[in-house]
Design a protein around this ligand. Structure first.
Ligand code: UTP
Length: 302
């Protein structure tokens, strides 16, 4: 069986939920405390044994390319001032095989994945969405590593799911599981995009990590634009599921959605509470704030 060595990071979306911040800046460069979200993804890929990464980018994404490139002026400056720790942080970002492809028009996630076909070739690969972070404080397993381990056992395309509160199903793609073939691994009848809670076939929501066999490309070639007039990856997965087994792997670790304002703030707080330079001050601040907000709520109720 071929090993999973390559990853696609689709990053050509417009990031409209963060306007005006994303008017000129790539959404993937928004930091969590001091690290751009895309760097967390790249680190997860490396921890999972991925050797080559391709970022599918669009307009306003130059900052991503620059972030993973060397910056001799900055490096010389840090070196001359003996700022060794900072120099190490800067140099680490270039120690990686990363490539960039342009998606000429934002025609949807499925189209972004298809754009990377020539880079992937005839191999299994992973897709990692930049909004979705997991295991940011390193307490568990990177999700991508779990998916690759699962692929090594089944040889089948597998996507990551997570249990969400039933009332939240309308925010996600949700799986209709037919059987739990082993703990946390499901056979799937079909995938339903953002179902109303009363129609949701399960509480298992698709989160942004996938491992695919290369046959997904042929399916994507023939997938017509769907919801929002975009080529939907979920539509292609439903089609693939008719000719090949597609599994869902349940992730039980920490997961953060940084693609919306509240999720991004929450991730900053969780990461900040573990970051050596911010954790003590932030903890004290949150405690003080909690007391203040509780007093405000109490006063409102009177
Ligand atoms: P989103 O649905 O989160 O869209 O895309 P978005 O444009 O990034 O953000 P909002 O909703 O406008 O705020 C899911 C993933 O698919 C990528 C995005 O970059 C994101 O990682 N994507 C989406 C593409 O690469 N190309 C597309 O045409 C659409």
């Amino acid at each position: 069986m071929k090993q999973v060595r390559k990853a696609i990071i689709p990053a050509a979306g417009l990031g409209t939920r963060f306007l005006p911040a994303t008017k000129a800046l790539a959404k993937e460069m928004l930091p969590i405390v001091d690290k751009p979200t895309i760097q967390f993804i790249v680190e997860e890929a490396r921890q999972s044994g991925i050797e080559d990464i391709v970022v599918v980018d669009g307009k306003n994404k130059r900052s991503i390319e620059d972030h993973f490139d060397s910056n001799p002026e900055l490096e010389d400056n840090l070196r001359s001032k003996h700022k060794d720790e900072m120099l190490k942080l800067v140099e680490e970002t270039t120690d990686i095989n990363i490539y960039f492809i342009r998606q000429s028009h934002p025609r949807g996630l499925g189209d972004a994945v298809l754009t990377a076909r020539a880079f992937i070739g005839d191999e299994p690969f992973v897709v990692m969405l930049g909004d979705d972070l997991n295991n940011i404080n390193g307490n568990g397993n990177p999700l991508t590593k779990e998916l690759i381990t699962s692929y090594q056992e089944t040889g089948a395309s597998t996507l990551a799911v997570m249990r969400v509160p039933h009332e939240d199903t309308a925010k996600y793609g949700v799986i209709n599981p037919s059987a739990e073939v082993k703990p946390g691994l499901y056979n799937v009848t079909n995938f339903v995009e953002k179902p109303d809670p009363k129609d949701a076939p399960s509480d298992l929501a698709i989160i942004g990590r996938y491992v695919f066999t290369p046959e997904i490309f042929d399916v994507l070639e023939n997938t017509k634009p769907g919801k929002g007039n975009e080529i939907q990856l979920t539509d292609a997965i439903n089609t693939l599921n008719k000719t090949q087994r597609v599994f869902a792997h349940e992730y039980k670790g920490d997961r953060y959605d940084t693609g919306n304002k509240f999720g991004w703030l929450e991730t900053n707080i969780e990461y900040g509470l573990n970051h050596p330079q911010t954790k003590d001050e932030l903890r004290e601040y949150i405690k003080t704030l909690g007391v203040k907000l509780a007093a405000e709520d109490k006063a409102k109720k009177k």
